[in-house]
Design a protein around this ligand. Structure first.
Ligand code: HMG
Ligand code: MG
Length: 309
């Protein structure tokens, strides 16, 4: 298998727990707790931590405190803190508090695009384009997401060609990396690899990331299939928190702890301290008052490795 990961092949984890993880929470989480979460994550060796999103607070009230959270976190050297931005208004809010990396998002499914951002796919591209242009002029890095790459809660199947088209558009507009999102955790490994392979025909593999929700327990298997095909950037969420309020049935992201355990066990370095990350996952689960969504986090809690929380 020519694309099999080398034993020292470094993988970058993009930690999305503070944004994807908390955007769907029913309970109110104080900004101080979000800041504490991100500061803990910053001490684990992660290099990319998505901090919050500057979307409409009417649509995502859980992250209405984005400016307070972003201003309050300690920005560790060598760590980037991208924030989600849907439009120029969101970009201005993010820049006002000093964001230097943003993430824009579009969908491969028309139905999901309408439900999530009240726009068609082409309208969303027209909305995003000036944001990316301005960001590039300001020296702000832009990551792009494509949602519903392996299925849509409203339209069902999503054509791979639609995923390729949207990913290629985001890349052409100037996103340095495109994260392919299985928003509702519908995909299985061969589908995931086939979709990735098709996108990689249009966008260089080095500019691709995968973003799996674990709704049906397929996320790690899908990640392995994509790793074997050459992807080296993986989005994950501490303690497996997450979901999108506009994706009915979406559950948490794959747990960062579980991804780290798999990668490190395969001899693939990430630079992230699993014990420190798992301790943060237990701390967050206690804060949210729910069972830890990471199996590895639960297993470590019962071993001598996992007493650091
Ligand atoms: P809209 O209602 O069509 O927007 O929403 P609008 O432009 O007509 O504005 C309506 C009001 O919102 C106005 O206020 C604007 O000023 C305000 P009013 O004049 O009525 O008082 N507004 C804003 N306020 C603050 N910040 C802003 C902003 N923009 C407008 N940025 C919009 C369109 C895109 C804004 C809305 O649909 C929205 O914010 N949607 C976000 C939904 C969302 O965040 N979903 C979850 C993230 S995506 C995801 O989770 C998937 C991912 O994880 C990958 C995967 O898993 O697939 C990334
Ligand atoms: Mg997501």
């Amino acid at each position: 298998m020519s694309n099999a990961p080398a034993s020292d092949g470094a993988v970058r984890i993009v930690e999305v727990g503070a944004r994807d993880g908390l955007q769907n929470e029913k309970q109110t989480i104080p900004a101080s707790a979000k800041i504490a979460l991100i500061d803990r994550l910053s001490a684990t060796g992660l290099r990319s931590i998505e901090a919050t999103s500057f979307v409409s607070p009417r649509w995502i009230p859980q992250l209405a405190d984005a400016a307070e959270v972003f201003s309050g976190i300690h920005k560790a050297a060598g760590v980037s803190y991208p924030v989600l931005v849907p439009n120029e208004h969101g970009y201005a809010r993010a820049r006002a508090v000093g964001a230097t990396e943003i993430a824009v998002f579009a969908a491969a499914s028309e139905a999901f695009s309408q439900r999530n951002i009240n726009a068609s796919i082409s309208e969303s591209m027209a909305r995003i384009a000036p944001v990316i242009r301005q960001a590039k002029a300001d020296g702000v890095r832009v990551r792009g997401y494509v949602s519903t790459v392996l299925g849509c809660p409203y339209q069902g199947a999503v054509a791979v060609a639609d995923v390729v088209r949207v990913a290629a558009q985001l890349h052409a507009l100037g996103c340095y990396e495109i994260s392919l999102g299985d928003t509702i955790g519908a995909g299985t490994p061969i589908q995931a690899r086939t979709m990735l392979a098709a996108v990689a025909e249009a966008v260089p593999m080095a500019a691709l990331a995968v973003h799996f929700h674990d709704t049906r327990g397929q996320a790690l298997a899908n990640i392995l299939a994509c790793l074997e095909h050459g992807v080296r950037v993986i989005d994950a969420s501490v303690a497996g928190t997450g979901g999108c309020p506009y994706a009915k049935g979406a559950s948490g992201n794959v747990a960062t702890e579980d991804v780290l355990y798999m990668l490190h066990g395969m001899g693939i370095s990430t630079g992230v301290d699993l014990d420190a990350l798992a301790a943060t996952g237990r701390w967050l689960s206690a804060l949210l008052g729910r069972e830890n969504g990471s199996k590895v986090g639960r297993a470590l809690a019962g071993s001598s490795n996992g007493e650091a929380a």
